[in-house]
Ligand binder design. Structure first.
Ligand SMILES: [Zn+2]
Length: 408
């Protein structure tokens, strides 16, 4: 019945546009191929105008070309096929076209016109196979190849088919199909009546790149990522360096386990600075240098007990936030504001950068550094960076454009 209907539409005029597709004619409603299983298959199937063509010999891919059983497919296309043993020729005819193919020849006759085949016919299991492309082009067929399902869809009209697209992210996880026209996905969707068997799972995804480096996980439904994330409650510790400078301030902390000890280059630079100061008749010495996390905890807790937390936070770092834990900070001489007005304090302020040091918490920058003016606290940055920061007149937070404030 399908074939009769097809043959009736197979007029001479129709044949002309199929050879030379005309956009005005191509606007005909697509033929929708329903009930395709779209499942991975172990052999190639051909569905013509929605009907699967029964084939005892399956289509083959030979040298990158798709070969199809000539008789089965031609008959599916409404052609009469005759085999002439003596001339080793095959004639396929319908009302308005005649195709003549000869075994071992790369030339065919289509309506008495010679047409080249890009590959000759071949024989498998006693059946003749022809390149699909030849039939498609000379009979004006569209072909859609669905690789995973190994389905070849053919029609002289536009080919419409519904393929599984996604499932809804809320229960009951309905499956949605998208309409494909000639193998291209369109915006049209429909529910196919099936429900996706979806399992909800939270999978660890990573952690935020800014302090406090909160770890988060993402919701998956089945294997599909959703936009939903949540915090696991764990904060990662991550050290932040900018232009090679390890940052420790109220925003950026160091892990508890980070215990590098005193930095050898910082100590070496201090020793040179101290010798030069001595030559100028000044005495500078380290009153407090490297402190590990545990020691900073003791100091901070003692200060908090004495002065209360909010006052302590203006001069004493919380554990993990102290520059002394980097091994590159030194408190010099007297830990007192008066050091800034001493000859030593002035000399260090004006010359420290030449040895790689800056006054880390300068006067007037309290809101930016998060600390009161500490003329005694120097930080080793290396000569180049210390000189740049010194000459900029900025504190380190300003220079790098970073905050220094506790999260809570
Ligand atoms: Zn200090």
């Amino acid at each position: 019945m399908k074939r009769t209907k097809f043959a009736a539409a197979f007029g001479a005029l129709a044949f002309v546009w199929m050879l030379h597709p005309n956009p005005a004619v191509a606007a005909i409603e697509p033929i929708i191929f329903e009930n395709l299983d779209n499942l991975p298959a172990d052999h190639i199937r051909i569905v013509l105008d929605g009907q699967e063509i029964p084939m005892e010999t399956k289509p083959q891919i030979i040298d990158g070309r798709t070969y199809v059983p000539l008789r089965a497919v031609s008959e599916g296309m409404g052609l009469m096929v005759e085999w002439n043993e003596a001339s080793r020729t095959i004639t396929a005819t319908n009302e308005e076209s005649t195709i003549l193919l000869t075994l071992d020849s790369k030339e065919a006759m289509v309506n008495a016109q010679a047409v080249a085949l890009d590959a000759p016919l071949c024989i498998l299991d006693g059946r003749v196979l022809a390149p699909l492309r030849f039939l498609q082009e000379n009979l004006g067929y569209r072909v859609v190849w669905n690789g995973e399902a190994r389905l070849i869809l053919m029609s002289r009209q536009d080919i419409g088919e519904w393929r599984y697209s996604y499932f809804e992210m809320t229960e009951p996880y309905r499956e949605v199909e998208a309409l494909y026209i000639n193998g291209e996905k369109t915006a049209r969707i429909r529910f196919n009546g099936k429900y996706h068997d979806a399992e909800v799972a939270w999978r660890l995804e990573g952690y935020e790149g800014t302090y406090p480096f909160r770890e988060y996980e993402r919701k998956y439904i089945g294997d599909v990522k959703t936009p939903e994330t949540r915090y696991t409650g764990t904060n990662r510790t991550q050290m932040v360096s900018i232009q090679g400078i390890l940052i420790a301030n109220k925003t950026y902390s160091l892990p508890e386990a980070y215990a590098p000890g005193e930095h050898p280059a910082a100590r070496e630079a201090f020793n040179i600075m101290q010798a030069d100061a001595q030559a100028a008749g000044l005495s500078i010495y380290v009153a407090s240098g490297y402190r590990d996390y545990r020691l900073q905890t003791l100091i901070y807790n003692r200060n908090s007990a004495l002065y209360g937390q909010s006052r302590t936070d203006t001069f004493s770092a919380r554990p993990g936030h102290s520059e002394h834990q980097t091994g590159m900070a030194f408190d010099l001489n007297t830990i007192s504001g008066s050091f800034g007005k001493s000859k030593e304090g002035e000399w260090v302020r004006d010359n420290g950068h030449r040895y790689g040091f800056i006054i880390r918490y300068p006067e007037g920058k309290e809101q930016l550094t998060g600390y009161q003016y500490e003329p005694w606290h120097i930080r080793y940055l290396g000569i180049e960076m210390a000189t740049k920061v010194y000459e900029s007149g900025l504190c380190l937070e300003e220079y790098f454009g970073i905050p220094s404030a506790y999260a809570s």
